[in-house]
Design a protein around this ligand. Structure first.
Ligand code: ATP
Ligand code: PRP
Ligand code: MG
Length: 284
């Protein structure tokens, strides 16, 4: 059986399970389940704290894991990112009370509160900043109000938590994160390797299915080159003759985010019966 770690709670948990379901894997029905065997796919899912997942994967006891890129870096574990999953996006930033610092260079001698000591220590060392770090489990924004630190370093998604605490970000983002699939560097899952590759192919299929739509339309043969320039497809569009002399039917995948603009441009070009349909699953 292929053994895969999935976040058991927190920001990544629901989206990770939803994506695995879309990829055709069984997922736990209750948040308290710690292990789920999917016999049809010969996969065993272990629901673990996202912070611990890189440690398990680097130990070799689990073949693959889903965690955050920032948590992978934070762990310092011997594991590497093999696929970015596009959800759980965040930036990692420093913040202070307005006026306390203009730049990270001003942090010398200050104390930084964070739940991500590994990332902060690495960044301070690389930037030559002499600051102390105090580890807190969460709600680090409050550390400033309570005088435990003058700087916080934390995950920022919408920025609401920082705003509510009256803090402002300082310097460039330390890192940008999203959910990722990780495995041991150079690892070959042995007898499970084919299953591991199939797992990654399925997740890539879900990502592509979400990012693209299928577009069909009819256009005059003389407009085909212009139309194909708008809808080149991933390799090349399918072009079929229509019963009407001088017209063709075209089918191509287009990026979902650009679908409306492409439909407008095709219409201007003279294309008609322009339809888009969702892609539920794919293998490229
Ligand atoms: N708003 C957010 N808050 C925290 N983490 C977030 C957020 N958005 C995305 N993430 C990502 O989720 C991962 C952290 O998840 P984790 O479960 O450890 O913390 P959490 O979501 O704050 O949950 P909890 O506070 O219950 O521990 C990181 O990869 C982080 O970048
Ligand atoms: O930019 P935002 O959208 O506000 O999200 C970021 C905040 O959310 C998380 O806290 P969480 O609610 O998980 O509480 P915690 O600090 O106790 O983990 C994180 O630690 C930030 O505080
Ligand atoms: Mg949290």
């Amino acid at each position: 059986m292929l053994r895969i770690a999935v976040p058991n709670k927190g920001s990544l948990s629901d989206r990770a399970s939803a994506m695995l379901r879309e990829a055709g894997y069984q997922q736990r029905k209750e948040a308290k389940e710690l292990v789920l065997v999917d016999p049809g796919n010969a996969v065993e899912f272990f629901y673990l704290r996202p912070r611990d997942i890189a440690v398990y994967v680097s130990s070799g006891r689990l073949d693959l894991g889903i965690t955050g890129r920032d948590l992978l870096v934070e762990s310092g574990a011997n594991a590497e990112e093999v696929l970015a999953l596009g959800f759980g996006r965040s930036t990692f930033r420093y913040a202070v009370k307005p006026g306390w610092a203009r730049d990270t260079a001003d942090f010398d001698g200050l104390t930084i509160a964070t739940s991500y000591e590994g990332i902060v220590a690495k960044h301070l060392a690389a930037s030559g900043i002499q600051a102390s770090v105090v580890h807190l489990d969460g709600a680090v924004e409050t550390a400033i109000e309570l005088g435990v630190a003058q700087v916080v370093a934390d995950v920022v998604e919408t920025g609401t938590s920082l705003r509510n605490a009256g803090l402002e970000v300082i310097g460039e983002p330390v890192m940008e994160s999203e959910a990722v699939v990780i495995r041991r560097p150079g690892a070959d899952a042995g007898s499970q390797e084919a299953k591991a590759r199939q797992f990654l192919r399925r997740l890539k299929g879900v990502l592509v299915a979400g990012a693209y739509v299928m577009m069909d339309y009819d256009c005059r043969a003389e407009d085909l080159e212009g139309a194909v320039a708008l809808t080149p497809g991933l390799e090349a569009p399918t072009v079929s003759p229509l019963h009407n002399e001088g017209w063709v039917a075209v089918r191509a995948m287009v990026p979902a985010a650009e679908a409306q603009r492409i439909m407008d441009d095709l219409y201007e070009l003279g294309a008609r019966a322009i339809l888009t349909t969702a892609i539920h699953a794919c293998r490229l």
